[in-house]
Design a binder for this molecule. Sequence first.
Ligand code: NI
Length: 248
Amino acid sequence: MLLHLSTWAEIESFLKTSRTVVVPIGSNEQHGPTGLLGTDWLCPEIIAHEAQKRGDILVAPTFNIGMAQHHLDFPGTIALRPSTFMAAIGDWCRSLAHHGFEKIYFLNGHGGNVATIEAAFSELYAEASYAGRRTGFACKLRNWWDLKGVMGLANRQFPTGHGSHATPSEIAVTQWAYPDAIKAANYAPQIAPTGPIREAGDFRARYADGRMGSDPGQATPEKGGELVATAAAALLEDVAEFGAEANP
Ligand code: NI
């Protein structure tokens, strides 16, 4: 079930059966010469939307802008600073909690978001602690590549040149969902260099075409479909487990 294609009355009635909601979250940032700018928010959205076709979960609109300051020297990247990102996550959670959602599950598509999402959760819990009340809800963060079976499959599909940015696995997922948007390029070198992540100017100087350690030329829609099937099944299990956690 997709929240944005539902009415308020349908959500009110969903709340009578479940208090759990899944929020895909990512980033809109450059993904090398062939990766879509939306890759990091499209991947969790594609997986969550596929999962809701196979199981009874509610998926909220995708939170599609995140921590991408280091990609800002590549056109099309849109970034939030950490304080803005945390404030926005806080209000998403407060809004959902206001309706009675108790388990808010963020399916993340961007490694650079992790520290700030966790800090946003801590802010929410601190708010309740200092006020001497129970939050009434719990938040959970899961990266889509950490869902059961996904990284093992990606390692088998791409034993070399997976890398950490503009990876063949994430690009394969978008190729499966958006075959009309598949791009081609000659990669030089075939496997991109790796190194640290600092500010935008430093990033562009180190990683000329935007990739880090990856060879996205190995991506195919078929491999993407396998990743989505594995991830969607694991997401349903993970969300069910989270939803079943008892509040003490
Ligand atoms: Ni990415």
